[in-house]
Write a protein that binds this ligand. Structure first.
Ligand code: IPE
Ligand code: IPE
Ligand code: MG
Length: 270
């Protein structure tokens, strides 16, 4: 069964100049605050402003999907006070932003294991998703209590329960619809702020062929200029998906001009 979106390992996806889907690990809030002799949580609060700015910036640039890692399945290991601050911040950000997101045509999605969250938070999430479900300008996904391994496992378990007769014979296209982000194409561009160069159990399956961009800029300092630098870097990449560079050269026009010297035309960014 072919999915709604091209799988980067099953076929060659279309590549545009603007990444259709950007996924970001928003890192560096604590260090941003520490540098200013403020408590770590002040950095988280400030980070919400960057989220707001990035939603606007992505809409303006024609990005269709923005996915933000807000809380990993490993972030429960943090001090309880920080975890509870983050949960309250999530609640207040949802309360304050859903109306504005809706007015701007943003569809909100939250992916992750919500069973660990307080019922009032889950209710707010579901309300926000329902209210914005028919918007199509930008799909904003917040990954909360999300882990890439958890996502793959929940998909495997769902699939095995749905098709016990096919266990042992599953293919990629059987599994993909059960992943949390089956409603989105794979990320074209992955950005991690804050200087670390790791995936930290984010979208393990979906990042298979994403272009990776790491920046030292701390999340509260990340702005439109920094986003444009990431997109510019993306546009310089040659996305081969396993092929050779030569294979990306466009076929010649029907009537080839007399041979002269010159560089071949490629479909990578000029
Ligand atoms: C990212 O910032 C936000 C969350 C993980 C919730 P950090 O809190 O990890 O900030 P640093 O990495 O300690 O600076
Ligand atoms: C990754 O950041 C998770 C989020 C941004 C939500 P961390 O700060 O938790 O990652 P590690 O622990 O440095 O890998
Ligand atoms: Mg961090």
């Amino acid at each position: 069964m072919a999915g709604k979106f091209t799988s980067s390992t099953q076929a060659i996806p279309d590549v545009g100049k603007v990444p259709r889907h950007i996924a970001i690990i928003m890192d560096g809030n604590g260090r941003w605050a520490k540098k200013r002799l403020m408590p770590r949580v002040a950095g988280h609060k400030r980070g919400v402003e960057t989220v707001r700015a990035m939603v606007k910036a992505c809409i303006a640039r024609g990005v269709e999907y923005l996915t933000l890692f807000a809380f990993s399945s490993e972030n429960w290991r943090r001090p309880v006070e920080e975890v509870s601050f983050l949960m309250n911040l999530f609640v207040s950000a949802l309360q304050g932003e859903i109306g504005k997101l809706h007015a701007n045509g943003v569809r909100l999605k939250v992916v992750g294991d919500l069973s660990a969250f307080e019922p009032r938070l889950v209710a707010l999430i579901r309300e926000g998703e329902a209210k914005t479900a028919n918007n199509f300008r930008l799909t904003l996904t917040i990954a909360a209590n999300y882990g890439g391994r958890w996502d793959i496992l929940q998909a495997v378990n769902q699939l095995a329960l749905a098709h016990p007769e096919k266990v042992g014979c599953f293919g990629e296209a059987d599994l993909a619809p059960h992943l949390m982000m089956a409603y989105a194409p794979e990320p074209d561009l992955f950005i991690r702020t804050g200087g670390e160069q790791r995936i930290s159990n984010f979208l393990l399956w979906q990042l298979a062929y994403s272009e990776l961009h790491f920046t030292d800029t701390l999340w509260p300092d990340f702005d439109e200029t920094a986003l444009d630098a990431a997109i510019a870097s993306y546009r310089r990449r040659e996305r081969r998906f396993g092929r050779t560079s030569e294979q990306l050269v466009e076929p010649p026009l029907a009537v080839p001009p007399a041979p002269t010297s010159g560089a071949p035309v490629t479909n990578s960014d000029a």
